[in-house]
Ligand binder design. Sequence first.
Ligand code: DAK
Length: 257
Amino acid sequence: MKFIVIEKEHRPHVALIRLNRPKELNALNLELMRELKQGLQELDKDEGTRAIVIAGNERAFAAGADIKQMAGKNSVDMLKIDQFSTWDQIRKTKKPIIAAVSGFALGGGCELSMLCDMIIASETAKFGQPEIKIGVMPGAGGTQRLTKALGKAKAMELVLTGDFLSAHEAEKHGLVNKVVPVEFYLDEALTLAQKISAMSPLAVALAKEAVNRSFETFLDEGLHFERKNFYLLFNSEDQKEGMEAFIEKRPPKFTGK
Ligand code: DAK
């Protein structure tokens, strides 16, 4: 594996997956996501693993999908890449997953943290869906999961402005389980995972499934709608302009085309 590292030595029955593209703030390129899917599938089958922690580093959990990889794509390219099958596989992991978030959790990074079952955040964590600033919209569940967690008003604000939510605000709104000083966030997440791994693995898997079921029927419909609109935007000039402007480090000029 090139873009993730799996460590099992921290706590009994707990596996830690570290996202490992530090220079790019762990931007989620296709290869990283494929490795993450594969790693989670292996750990889900591994009898010695009962709980999983996903972490980035102190500066970034993940700053989103890789804009440089997406910039030139149109709707058909995006459909053909079928990245959703990877994200759907991650969603099907039976064992509990805790996101340990420090620094940026933006776009796909925020969506990945929300796809996990719980979030432990460092005081420096910043959550956001800034896709609007590069001419698109959230595509991996952000419009649905953020709205369920924060309520309509706050979610709408974040999705339409691209503003970030601080760790303490995220805790206040119930997006994260706990906020701790940056030096403890990983330890805290591993300790929570260890606590869960002492329970019956079967009961944990079925209980996780049941909690998720509480909103999944509506979620499926919402995700389908979000995906359709997300793909549509990849045939707009504003998507090209927004992503090129990011890469060229200049403000975008949106025209509505
Ligand atoms: N993609 C590619 N490179 C990125 C990146 C990203 N999302 N975020 C950061 N980088 C790179 C920067 O380009 C820079 O590279 P160099 O210039 O050094 O080569 C390096 O990481 C360090 O970043 P900065 O120099 O910008 O660092 P700063 O501290 O100044 O700023 C920042 C940090 C996080 C505020 C800034 O980097 C930023 O705004 N990043 C972009 C955040 C963003 O817009 N994220 C949303 C991306 S869209 C889907 C699944 C998911 C998605 C879509 C579809 N399917 C299943 C189909 C998700 C979409 C998105 O996430």
